[in-house]
Design a binder for this molecule. Structure first.
Ligand SMILES: [Zn+2]
Length: 106
């Protein structure tokens, strides 16, 4: 007995496949492409979480909340903002250290 399978992206019922043909996995090209985008976004999310490993737990929790509520793109932007702040503070620290050394020597 044949049964309808469902689109792997939108979960709509697919037309019964012709015997001898490979069953369709998606209802159309749009769903197939969207599924591929979603897979990429999930891979992206893993990479993001790897970047968060060096952050304090509290910051990591906030970023996870951002990702859940607004998606991986928002979380990526927040991660970049943190990195900018971090890089800028390091630059400041080096500048202050350099100035301090310079004053002591002269
Ligand atoms: Zn579909």
């Amino acid at each position: 007995m044949q049964h309808n399978s469902r689109c792997l992206y939108c979960n709509k019922l697919l037309p019964i496949s012709t015997p001898g043909h490979r069953a369709c996995q998606y209802c159309n090209d749009a769903c197939r492409k969207a599924a591929s985008r979603r897979r990429k976004a999930m891979t992206h999310a893993i990479t993001l979480q790897q970047q968060w490993n060096i952050l304090p737990a509290a910051a990591r929790e906030r970023l996870e909340t951002i990702q859940d509520r607004y998606g991986p793109e928002a979380a990526q932007l927040a991660t970049e903002a943190i990195r900018e702040v971090f890089t800028e503070s390091l630059t400041q620290v080096f500048r202050i250290a350099h100035t301090f050394r310079f004053c002591k020597q002269s």
